[in-house]
Write a protein that binds this ligand. Structure first.
Ligand SMILES: C[S@@+](CC[C@H](N)C(=O)[O-])C[C@H]1O[C@@H](n2cnc3c(N)ncnc32)[C@H](O)[C@@H]1O
Length: 459
């Protein structure tokens, strides 16, 4: 059996499945759902529009690009909107969160320097400096996997035949000419699920619909940073690292707050998407996507499911970034355990990140090392350990500490707890869904105070 798909082909398979079920209905039942064929048609148009966006995104980058070992793009979608029968092919978070690459090495720009690329296996670095946003491209790779494979020729053929409707059902001409022979590649189904997850993350970070979630998650962090560094100035801006930065909105907001902000991310999918939005956006609302089409579950109405979302909600280049903003591609552990990172950062912000660790103790140890003495670690998130349900090879590892133990370990590594509370929030949740997963996320501020920590050392 062929387990290779592309985003549009996999979505088309879903629509065909809905159609098959519809055809099996007795005529009387079919008559009650006479609007269904139109819904299927609308779904296909939405898939075309999403595919067109994805096509433009991957077109912005030059091959070759190795996405074969991409991991861990989504936290949640586990329960809500379990999309379709493909979900059985991925693990419990509804999105693949596994198989860490160990081949990646550091590729990073220090906040006060131009970026440099140090290894050909590396992902990419993007930087935004002096209000002038540029894409700095990718480093080479040695694998056949290709982002253009997110799309596939069959669907593109169909797109060329079918007009694309906008949200108001106005028919516009189809995007002829964007089919490229390069697209005639397939990707594992698990990667199609990653793409669907990314689409949900786009709403979280870059759509007006995501504002509520950003207010729940990012706002408390931004307020805390603001109050902890009251005397900062653009001339001597404090340096803040955001590991597991996802699509980069939090890192951008921190930059706009007057910090030299660096996001770190090791998913190629996330990096491609964040780079596209940060560096290639011409105007706010440039793109329309249909993020919620991939699930029929818990919909109040078809129009909720098929509603368009405009992205991005802001023009990043006009947001007011502080010089030195960068996105650093690579594994947090590999990049930041480099000796050059010791004592470099005034603040480390982790949002829905620390539970992505195989060994959370190692994350905490690195965060402590890279902070300056007196630097702060602000964290918000649950402890939904990403590798907890992975029963694979013998060498798989997942250390799943309780919150109490996390705090005890942090104390050992020189942290003093300054503030702590619980924040109720969702993560990439469809705000109109009948099912809303809420986290009671831990939010804390800890300060690195090594001398105080020595007192807590076991003798
Ligand atoms: C649950 S998402 C959170 C994203 C973002 N912070 C937010 O709040 O929307 C976790 C992110 O961490 C990234 N990630 C996981 N392990 C990582 C690692 N070892 N190094 C860098 N990034 C990692 C994932 O690719 C993913 O984008």
């Amino acid at each position: 059996m062929d387990f290779s798909y592309s985003y549009p082909d996999a979505a088309e398979e879903d629509v065909k499945r809905y159609e098959r079920s519809f055809r099996k209905l007795p005529p009387a039942h079919k008559a009650l759902l006479s609007h269904y064929p139109l819904k299927f048609q609308r779904l296909r148009r939405c898939i075309s529009v999403n595919s067109y966006f994805i096509f433009n995104m991957v077109q912005a980058f030059e091959p070759p690009l190795d996405m074969s070992d991409d991991i861990d793009v989504c936290e949640d979608s586990l329960l809500e909107d379990a999309p379709n029968d493909h979900s059985s092919s991925v693990e419990r978070n509804g999105c693949s969160c596994q198989s860490t690459s160990t081949s990646r090495k550091m590729c990073c720009s220090k906040p006060d320097q131009d970026y440099n690329v140090e290894d050909s296996n590396m992902t990419q670095v993007t930087r935004m400096e002096q209000q002038e946003l540029q894409c700095d491209g990718f480093c080479g790779s040695n694998n056949e996997s290709h982002p253009h494979a997110l799309l596939h020729s069959k669907e593109m053929d169909r797109c060329d035949r079918n007009p694309v409707n906008d949200s108001n059902e106005n028919v516009s001409s189809s995007p002829h000419g964007w089919l490229d022979p390069l697209l005639q590649l397939n990707v594992p189904l698990v990667d199609v699920d990653k793409v669907r997850c990314i689409i949900r993350n786009i709403v979280r970070d870059w759509a007006a619909e995501g504002q509520k979630e950003r207010d729940q998650c990012y706002k408390p962090i931004l307020e805390e940073l603001d109050s902890l560094f009251p005397n900062r100035s653009r001339e001597s801006a404090p340096a803040c690292l955001v590991p597991g930065a996802g699509l980069g909105r939090l890192a951008l907001e921190i930059s706009c707050l007057g910090f030299i902000s660096q996001g770190n991310e090791f998913s190629y999918y996330m990096m491609i998407c964040s780079s596209f939005i940060l560096n290639h956006t011409q105007i706010a609302g440039e793109w329309t996507i249909y993020p919620w089409i991939h699930s029929n579950l818990n919909s109040v109405s078809d129009s909720d499911q098929l509603r368009p979302v405009s992205i991005p909600d802001i023009h990043p280049a006009s947001a007011g970034i502080t010089e030195g903003f960068s996105m650093c591609g690579g594994d947090f552990i590999e990049v930041y355990s480099d000796p050059s990172q010791v004592g470099v950062w005034d603040a480390v912000v982790t949002c829905f990140f620390i539970d992505t660790a195989h060994n959370i103790v190692e994350y905490i140890e690195i965060i402590s090392k890279i902070l300056k003495e007196g630097g702060v670690w602000i964290n918000l998130g649950p402890l939904l350990y990403h590798f907890a349900d992975i029963y694979g090879q013998e060498d798989d590892m997942s250390i799943e500490l309780s919150l109490e133990d996390v705090k005890r370990v942090a104390l050992h590594f020189g942290f003093q707890l300054e503030k702590e509370r619980t924040i109720e929030t969702t993560y990439t949740t469809n705000p109109k869904s009948m099912m809303q997963n809420h986290y009671y996320a831990a939010f804390w501020t800890m300060r690195k105070n090594s001398t105080a920590a020595e007192k807590h050392m076991p003798s």
